[in-house]
Design a protein around this ligand. Structure first.
Ligand SMILES: O=C(O)C(=O)C[C@]1(C(=O)O)C=C[C@@H](O)C=C1
Length: 308
């Protein structure tokens, strides 16, 4: 959909999830149609099937790490690209229909992981029930399928639940990063503070294959900000590496690094270049590896080739 801004936004629902709160930070989504989906693969498939223009899905949490279902669903199926990210502070409450005995507590696995210590200390005997989202957990409590849930304060409020315990996160100050995903389209223009996401498949029979991936980035001053490995599912020992690096595909040094990766990897999947949602400045490239150095060197080579 080149040039047409997205107006139909799928997201991990139902209403009241952290994903919905993150989606509402995007002005286009405030104006557009928001389509709650039951889980991340369904949200991404809605984009692949043109039932939505974009999907917002959780990708990484500052305490619990990456969201594996999102990483897997991004690369299994027709290509998709990330066009924006949203970083949202997350905080949790324990909520129930009425105060009383709590024998079962429902929530999303990533939320449960962020309140593990609290639950072990305060509700050691409660059965823990993993469900598809924190807002789905709140609905389960309303429907009587669980005594209590771990959810966002807003989800407790909109579902008419009583908050039993506030601010229950083991690590105050946690944040989750969400990715806005579309069908392949030209990336948003560079802002000077961008991230490029990739998945690389290395040659498993080559010693130092991962080192050569890192070298292609480092020698161009491209800063690696995240690396995760996930099994490809083919057989034991086969992994895909998910990389986030500073910079935009239109920058010379990022482009050269991508070409280098293309040469040394079995396969490279481009997952998009998009603005970082942060106040932090990007790490400056080492001397000789800035964008102007690359532009200078390109001009010099062109001169040599043209006999100038
Ligand atoms: O269940 C939700 O509310 C979500 O938006 C999912 C999700 C996640 O996948 O990490 C998002 C943020 C919180 O860290 C907990 C759960």
């Amino acid at each position: 959909m080149p040039g047409v801004p997205p107006s139909r936004f799928a997201y991990l629902g139902p209403s009241g999830t952290f994903t919905e709160a993150a989606l509402l930070r995007l002005p286009a989504a405030q104006r557009g149609t928001r389509i709650p989906m039951r889980n991340v693969p369904e949200a991404l498939d809605a984009v692949r099937g043109d039932d939505a223009d974009a999907a917002l899905v959780p990708i990484e949490n500052s305490v619990e790490g990456s969201v594996p279902v999102t990483l897997d669903a991004l690369v299994s199926g027709d290509p998709l690209v990330i066009t924006a990210e949203v970083v949202l502070p997350v905080g949790f409450v324990l909520a129930a229909r009425t105060p009383g005995e709590v024998t079962s507590i429902a929530s999303h696995p990533h939320a449960l992981a962020q309140v593990r210590r609290f639950l072990r200390t305060n509700y050691p005997d409660a059965a823990i029930v993993e469900v598809l989202s924190t807002a789905a957990a709140a609905r389960d409590v309303v429907a009587g399928r669980a005594d209590a849930c771990v959810c966002a304060p807003l989800a407790a409020e909109v579902n008419g639940l009583t908050v039993l315990d506030e601010d229950i996160a083991d690590n105050p100050g946690a944040a989750t990063r969400f990715a806005l995903v579309s069908r392949p389209s030209p990336p948003p223009p560079p802002t000077g503070n961008d991230v490029t996401s990739l998945v690389v498949y290395i040659a498993h029979d080559k010693v130092g294959a991962l080192l050569s991936v890192l070298t292609e980035l480092a020698v161009r001053g491209v800063n690696l900000t995240r690396i995760e490995s996930r099994p490809t599912g083919e057989r034991l020992g086969r992994y895909a590496f998910y990389l986030d690096c500073t910079g935009h595909v239109t920058e010379e040094r990022v482009g050269e690094a991508l070409m280098g990766l293309k040469r040394v990897c079995a396969e490279v999947r481009f997952l998009g270049s998009y603005p970082r949602d942060t106040d932090e400045n990007p790490v400056a490239p080492p001397i000789g590896l800035g964008n102007h150095d690359f532009a200078d060197a390109t001009r010099w080579l062109q001169g040599l080739r043209s006999g100038g």
